[in-house]
Write a protein that binds this ligand. Structure first.
Ligand code: BEZ
Length: 238
């Protein structure tokens, strides 16, 4: 028998999907997402609630790093299931009162979405009932200039995000695109990168005699140098 009040089940967006579209009110006015970000990378992230301690430290950190992300052509958009006036009051409090690790008078200039109806949070799978039915988890969506989701990271309510890692993921994605390589465990610009593995028996055989700039570990794993300056020159301009 069908339920009287069926709960709409929305599939969670996945890596490789087009970012679901929405229009929303934010602390910087109305936005049309992701359409108005075409041509830029954008990180859409959620936080559980305004005026909560972990979220406050995250917002101060993200706002302090906004120009660093902008240099990599990446814009930031935040969301919680609070209303606009709560957002405005919280961001004013952050600027006027909070000093976290020497970061103070911090102006949060990126938009913070009013999602009191949870419409956007549900669309993006940010409400995860095993964690909370009333707060969004700490989700991070990386959306490329064509509006495609390229990476998703979820954290629980209790764990503040690592912003070095959030930046590293962006630079890693852009490096993989620009140089047609993959990036190994703990990769950072300047570390060797992974050459795409061979797809045929002949290619596998050819790999056994690597080019001078390639290090062969075995037929399926080869790495090569990619100087830090080359990475940064490329990924920080587009
Ligand atoms: C926090 O940001 O401090 C927080 C938010 C929701 C639940 C637990 C912690």
């Amino acid at each position: 028998m069908e339920s009287q009040n069926p709960v709409e089940v929305v599939p969670m967006p996945r890596i490789g999907d087009k970012a679901p579209s929405f229009k929303a009110s934010t602390t910087q006015g109305e936005i049309s997402f992701p359409e108005q970000y075409a041509g830029s990378w954008v990180i859409l992230f959620s936080h559980p609630a305004d005026f909560t301690p972990v979220c406050t430290t995250e917002f101060i950190t993200f706002a302090s790093l906004e120009s660093k992300f902008a240099e990599a052509n990446c814009k930031l958009v935040g969301l919680s299931v609070d209303g606009l006036y709560s957002h405005i009051a919280w961001l004013r409090t952050i600027k006027d009162k909070i000093d976290y690790k020497g970061m103070k008078n911090v102006d949060v200039k990126f938009p913070l979405i009013d999602d009191i109806t949870m419409t956007v949070a549900r669309k993006y799978g940010m409400i995860q009932p095993g964690e909370s039915t009333t707060k969004a988890v700490r989700a991070v969506f990386y959306i490329d200039p064509a509006g495609v989701i390229r990476a998703i990271i979820y954290y629980p309510l209790s764990l503040g995000r690592n912003f070095d890692e959030l930046y590293r993921v962006l630079i890693g994605l852009k490096t993989a695109d620009a140089f047609s390589v993959a990036t190994p465990a703990d990769w950072r610009p300047g570390d060797d990168v992974i050459v795409p593995p061979p797809g045929t028996m002949d290619d596998a055989q050819a790999r056994m005699k690597p080019a001078s700039d390639v290090t062969l570990h075995d037929w399926f794993i080869s790495t090569k140098k990619l100087p830090k300056e080359q990475v940064l020159k490329t990924v920080l301009k587009k």
